[in-house]
Write a protein that binds this ligand. Sequence first.
Ligand SMILES: NC(=O)c1ccc[n+]([C@@H]2O[C@H](COP(=O)([O-])OP(=O)(O)OC[C@H]3O[C@@H](n4cnc5c(N)ncnc54)[C@H](OP(=O)(O)O)[C@@H]3O)[C@@H](O)[C@H]2O)c1
Length: 272
Amino acid sequence: MKKNKPKLAIVGAGKMGEAVISGLLKSGEYKPQDIQVFEIIESRSKYMSQTYNVKCVDNAKKAASFAGITIIAVKPGDVKKALEQIAPAMKTGKIVVSIAAGVTLEFLRKYLPKDVPVVRVMPNITCQVREAMIAVCPSENTKKEELETVIGTLSLLGRVITLDEKYLNLATGLVGSGPAYIYLIIEALADAGVRLGLPKDVSILLAAQTTLGAAKMVVETSEHPTKLKDMVTTPAGTTIEGLLALEEGKLRAVIINAVTKAAERAKQLQPV
Ligand SMILES: NC(=O)c1ccc[n+]([C@@H]2O[C@H](COP(=O)([O-])OP(=O)(O)OC[C@H]3O[C@@H](n4cnc5c(N)ncnc54)[C@H](OP(=O)(O)O)[C@@H]3O)[C@@H](O)[C@H]2O)c1
């Protein structure tokens, strides 16, 4: 992490806001006093200050005044209101980051003073364990150093990639929703273990760690998944029997369809 660590405001401390805060504090680079939160639900706000020791303020403008980077983590339909609340605090040097699915840079900039740099981001819930995939796209008025500042902070939560905005909704289908698909697959693998007679807790661990290991092989070796799959698939062995069943069940088509549907849905979330 670079020397000029920006203070952060989180507007909306739901599932994603919490995952971001939790991941940043786990990184050790951010301390509770570096983060201020505005969350509309009082009980949730209390939970955040009690659990993470962060300061929860009573309006979004206060949090944004404190911070160098304000992260908008409310539902897409609430983004406009959140932007209107922080807009008066947006002095020179401050950056807005939005993680809202489907909400375009054009929409985000409409409710902020025109010089404010805005970065549209698509992360996922695994920010919590600092293993997120995070796609980012800066507005055209964002300076290189401002984008680097944002990437520096987000990199504490996982792996960051800069994408053209036309890819952001597509990335939402894969990155934002992806963990849910993997959880379903882990659950199915674990159910299979149970069917064969393994205890449920053992089965879940076997499924989850196998998934983690397989993903790590792809990321760390940079080998094509097909090559890695071939390494596990011996002629007339066990794996090819399983792969045949997966192909008969059209798993590949089902997954392609799932990601496509989620990306289409992201497009519809743009508020009017
Ligand atoms: N969940 C994911 O896996 C995921 C992944 C990638 C991106 N995202 C994006 O992240 C954003 C947040 O998602 P989430 O799942 O964390 O939603 P969430 O759990 O509903 O959290 C949003 C929180 O913000 C509160 N809120 C609403 N308006 C507010 C305002 N003006 N100021 C402060 N707080 C306000 C909400 O209260 P109310 O419930 O009363 O509205 C809620 O507690 C969404 O835009 C979503 O598209 C989510």
